[in-house]
Design a protein. Structure first.
Length: 285
């Protein structure tokens, strides 16, 4: 066991005192025996020496008692100091543990706070990203919807234009057909009109041979120049009676110029046409 520094000096002094006292006793003891054997003249001195030895013994006992008391007190104080040291060490350890615990709790709280801040930032970032994604997706859907609407509108417009063109074509075709019909009727009217005039003119100039069967007929291909001038007359179907065929050809030439329309489009129907003639009637084939 280590002795505290505050008790080392008194302890060494006590030990030194005891050593000196022991040396004195050892030296005095032979002298005391000598004086005792020498006689009465020295009895007073011997008595004094004996008294001194008793006093010394008592003093020794007192010193020992005090030293023992001091030692006990020193031990008690040492034990108390050790107890206080242990208590202080325990207090410091507990304080250090408390501080460490507080630091750990503070660190834990700081970490929790950092995690919460990071989580909140992550949530905010996620929310921002989700809003951006939603906005981008919405814009994309709007563009797609707009493009689809534009495509449908163009398709509908193209369909309407095509239908309108078809309707216009049908209308034009119908109008053209109707116009053609009207023009055809008009042209037929003109042709029929001048046909009747041509037949009348040829009939006036046709000298039919006698005794001819009036049911006979001949067919000629006639070419006319503008103004109705007869350019050629070609027999394409004989009646079987050459005299009748010749008389009919002669009548056609004699009727030149034949009456024809002054309108060029109408006259084109008479540039090269076929005409059938019969004694009973001039028939246009």
């Amino acid at each position: 066991m280590e002795i505290p520094r505050s008790y080392r000096k008194p302890l060494f002094i006590a030990i030194a005192f005891h050593v000196i006292l022991a040396i004195i006793l050892i030296i005095k003891l032979p002298s005391w025996n000598y004086q005792y054997n020498s006689g009465k003249k020295h009895s007073k001195i011997v008595h004094a020496t004996a008294v001194s030895s008793a006093q010394v013994a008592k003093a020794m006992r007192d010193i020992q008692y005090r030293e023992h008391a001091k030692q006990r007190e020193a031990q008690h104080r040492l034990a108390e100091l050790q107890r206080q040291a242990r208590a202080e060490q325990l207090r410091r350890r507990q304080a250090a543990e408390h501080v460490a615990k507080m630091k750990q709790e503070q660190l834990h709280l700081q970490q929790q706070h950092t995690k919460q801040v990071a989580a909140l930032a992550a949530l905010k970032h996620k929310a921002v990203v989700e809003r951006q994604r939603a906005f981008v997706a919405k814009q994309r859907r709007m563009r797609q919807a707009k493009a689809l609407a534009t495509k449908k509108r163009k398709a509908l417009l193209a369909k309407q234009q095509k239908l309108q063109q078809q309707l216009m074509a049908q209308q034009l075709s119908g109008d053209s057909k109707q116009l053609h019909k009207i023009q055809t009727r008009q042209m037929n009217g003109i042709v029929n009109k001048y046909k009747a005039l041509i037949i009348s003119t040829i009939s006036q100039n046709w000298l039919i041979p006698g005794g001819v069967n009036k049911n006979l007929s001949s067919a000629f291909e006639i070419q006319l120049a503008p103004g109705g001038v007869v350019l050629s007359v070609k027999l394409v179907k004989s009646s079987g009676n050459s005299a009748l065929d010749d008389s009919a050809r002669t009548a056609i030439y004699k009727s030149s110029p034949l009456p024809v329309p002054t309108n060029l489009a109408a006259f084109n129907n008479f540039r090269d046409f076929r005409l059938g003639v019969s004694p009973k009637d001039v028939v246009h084939i």
